[in-house]
Design a protein around this ligand. Structure first.
Ligand code: NAG
Ligand code: NAG
Ligand code: NAG
Ligand code: NAG
Length: 311
């Protein structure tokens, strides 16, 4: 059924397009270093782009309704997300996703209270967006396309795509914050974001990295490793993202091939800059070229400053 042999001409086109996009990106000279001069307010508000995405994806997945149903004022008049739906989850997974959904609402409240926030950007959380990311990551065209809302394992695989990006973003943000209260807030956001990522990765690992994901012939590890590699390619700043199974030289102390938590040679969290994050979440490898979950790009001063640089 779904396999590399089903690789289609459309898939090839997508990959070619991706390749050209990534290679042809018009980059600022400092594409990986400290590359954004921003206030604490801008840096903290920037995180809302991801928090909105997570809130909507988890809320729809667990409950079939989004932020507009629970805390309508939080969107600050932004358009409703597109393509969210209730996921066919087992009871345990639904409880976890529901809790994470409410946690994201709390994160949005805390950020808005501290820094004012901004209007929710248009979010595309349709199954096709996830399927496209997975196909691009795996350099194939899965048949049927991976539908995150179809079952628990698909939903958790799709969730693997998101909180890690928030986590490494928070790790990258903290050293650039000036105020003590800003650092306290982001450290506390990071704690929960890291926890969410760890839960998803553990749930996937529990299914055994060598267990195939029905109806495909790929194992859980054969999904997560390419997704991590794909994010590394999009972000364009080296290896900062590891799948669930790694070569020994990437495992903790070079002594294990499991990678339930993605971390560097001293088992410290990787960090990413806002540019790296935008390249990743747009799925384009270009911080000035929106796409993926953000058809019109992110909101806030940082994301908008790159969008306005479009040629
Ligand atoms: C959402 O993404 C899907 C798949 O890429 C696309 O067909 C659809 O037009 C998008 N919707 C919006 C509003 O961007
Ligand atoms: C994608 O798959 C095609 C066909 O199997 C192959 O030629 C190409 O090298 C692959 N690209 C990457 C980036 O792995
Ligand atoms: C997965 O790997 C473990 C340990 O290597 C092995 O015991 C088990 O049989 C494997 N399961 C499958 C489904 O291949
Ligand atoms: C593990 O390997 C990496 C590179 O392969 C090396 O930089 C690192 O020092 C090694 N760590 C230990 C504890 O040997």
């Amino acid at each position: 059924m779904g396999s590399r042999s089903c690789f289609s001409a459309f898939g090839l086109l997508l990959i070619a397009f991706q390749f050209i996009t990534v290679m042809g990106a018009n980059l600022p000279s400092n594409k990986c270093g400290p590359n954004v001069a921003a206030t604490d307010r801008d840096l903290i508000n920037f995180a809302l782009n991801l928090e909105f995405l997570e809130a909507e994806f988890y809320l729809f997945g667990a409950l079939g309704k989004g932020l507009d149903n629970i805390e309508p004022s939080f969107a600050q008049g932004g358009p409703p997300p597109v393509g969210g739906q209730v996921a066919n989850l087992d009871p345990k997974t639904r409880r976890i996703i529901e809790e994470f959904a409410y946690q994201e609402i709390g994160h949005i409240r805390a950020i808005v209270k501290a820094e004012g926030g901004f209007q929710r950007p248009l979010l595309n959380i349709s199954k096709e967006v996830f399927a496209t990311i997975v196909n691009q990551a795996m350099n194939t065209t899965l048949s049927p396309p991976l539908n995150p809302y179809a079952n628990s394992v698909n939903y958790i695989l799709a969730s693997y795509i998101i909180p890690y990006v928030g986590l490494v973003g928070y790790v990258g943000t903290i050293p650039n914050l000036v105020r003590r209260d800003s650092r306290a807030l982001v450290a506390s956001l990071l704690g929960v974001e890291g926890g969410q990522d760890a839960v998803f990765r553990t749930l996937l690992y529990e299914r055994a990295p060598n267990e195939t994901v029905h109806p495909y012939r790929f194992t859980v590890a054969e999904f997560t490793n390419p997704i991590s590699e794909f994010r590394n390619r999009l972000a364009m700043c080296g290896l900062k993202d590891e799948g669930l199974m790694v070569p020994l030289q990437l495992g903790a102390e070079n002594r294990t091939t499991s990678s339930i938590l993605s971390a560097d040679a001293n088992s410290l969290s990787y960090s990413r800059t806002p540019l790296e994050i935008l390249r990743t979440i747009y799925g384009t490898g270009d911080e000035s070229k929106p796409g993926g979950f953000y058809p019109n790009g992110g909101n806030g001063r940082i994301a908008k400053s790159f969008l306005s640089r479009r040629h």
